[in-house]
Write a protein that binds this ligand. Structure first.
Ligand SMILES: Nc1ncnc2c1ncn2[C@@H]1O[C@H](COP(=O)(O)OP(=O)(O)OP(=O)(O)O)[C@@H](O)[C@H]1O
Ligand SMILES: [Mg+2]
Length: 349
């Protein structure tokens, strides 16, 4: 036999009091009328101190506007996203971040106040921010390092190899009549070995930091990249531009370049594609880049973070770079059809 299970008001009161999330009720003027124990942990004030206080004492500036906006929307039955993030000033003056949900208290058909459930996410947000800062610094350090190594290869190692080739040429042309055939062949071999090394070195330097990006800008650099792909991998690749072209800030150029580089490297390594396109779309206040291939496609993990544990950092890096720049990145891939990476950034003015 089923027993009817109904919670009494005392049961509810117990749940309210002992919930690990902070809960409070305020009247229409913002005066706190009821709080649970967890509010003390959140604010630093005891429940006795909290009752009667006005919630305005806990929020300031833009966060006061947010609180007003939430109240207005609830009263006019407009939709709001819940939970939302709000900041509060604690008793000791520190600022906390909470994730909260708010609803109207209706008594006898009339709105009489608001009730809130809030979870302290200060530490979580702090950790996230630290992590973001860390990733940002690493990305920057990595770029600086790449630039430095590329410059040294260009300015230092490359000229000395060139010089070695010139010296060899002088030896062979000055003393050719006196050199035996076999020594001549050896010197020829040496020359082509050095020439090969020089070519490799240019390629490495270009991969590290293409001069074309610094000298001629993003579009030329993207074209260089697709030409390389076409030449070396026989993938029909090209760049398309739409909208009114404008010069992007150097950091945006570098970001788009790096994302295209990773996306095309993935096309080359994994996609088995015959075609790739890099589209750059300029709009008045944003720029969008789409890198697409017609390859075999793949199944994206539900969370990009899961890729990290398998040592795959390319896609994760693309997401991170886009996020650091305040943009969005989206990957669409369909088995048998191909893959598309879309990155969008808003531009000032
Ligand atoms: N364009 C693509 N076509 C098909 N599969 C792809 C494509 N891009 C990515 N993948 C798949 O997604 C996986 C993750 O890509 P990701 O770039 O993160 O790592 P990776 O390329 O394997 O290694 P790396 O860290 O060197 O980039 C790849 O191993 C591949 O299986
Ligand atoms: Mg990759």
């Amino acid at each position: 036999m089923e027993t009817k299970f109904e919670l009494t008001e005392r049961n509810y009161r117990y749940l309210f009091e002992n919930a690990s999330d902070a809960m409070w009720v305020q009247d229409m003027k913002g005066n706190i009328v009821d709080v649970n124990k967890a509010c003390e942990k959140l604010t630093g004030f005891t429940p006795q101190e909290l009752i009667g206080k006005n919630v305005r004492e806990f929020v300031s500036g833009e966060f006061l506007d947010l609180a007003r906006e939430v109240r207005r929307k609830l009263l006019s039955a407009e939709e709001i996203t819940q939970p939302y993030e709000q900041r509060l000033v604690r008793k000791d003056g520190t600022i906390g971040t909470m994730k909260m949900a708010t609803s109207l208290v209706i008594i006898d058909g009339e709105p009489r106040g608001f009730q809130h459930v809030a979870r302290d996410v200060t530490e979580e947000r702090q950790l996230q921010e630290n992590m973001r800062f860390y990733v940002q610094q690493i990305t920057k350090a990595q770029e600086d390092e790449r630039k430095r190594i590329a410059r040294e290869l260009h300015d230092d190692v490359s000229p000395s190899l060139l010089l070695a080739i010139q010296r060899l040429d002088t030896i062979t042309s000055d003393s050719r009549p006196r050199l035996s055939k076999s020594l001549n062949e050896k010197l020829e071999g040496l020359r082509s070995q050095i020439t090969g090394a020089l070519e490799n070195l240019h390629r490495y330097a270009q991969d590290l930091r293409p001069r074309v990006l610094d000298d001629l800008g993003l579009i030329a650099a993207l074209e260089w990249m697709t030409e390389e792909l076409a030449k070396k991998q026989e993938i029909d690749a090209h760049v398309e531009i739409t909208g009114i072209e404008r010069t992007l800030p150097p950091e945006v150029q570098l970001l788009l370049f790096r994302i295209a580089q990773e996306a095309l490297t993935n096309t080359r390594r994994h996609a088995e594609a015959s075609m790739a396109v890099v589209k750059l779309e300029f709009e008045s206040n944003k720029v969008r880049m789409l890198v697409s291939d017609n390859g075999k496609g793949f199944e994206l993990p539900s969370r990009a973070e899961n890729l990290a544990s398998t040592g795959k950092l390319g896609i994760l890096g693309m997401y991170e770079r886009a996020r650091i720049a305040g943009g969005t990145l989206d990957i669409k891939s369909e088995l048998g059809k191909g893959t598309q990476v879309v990155v969008e950034l808003s531009l000032p003015g």
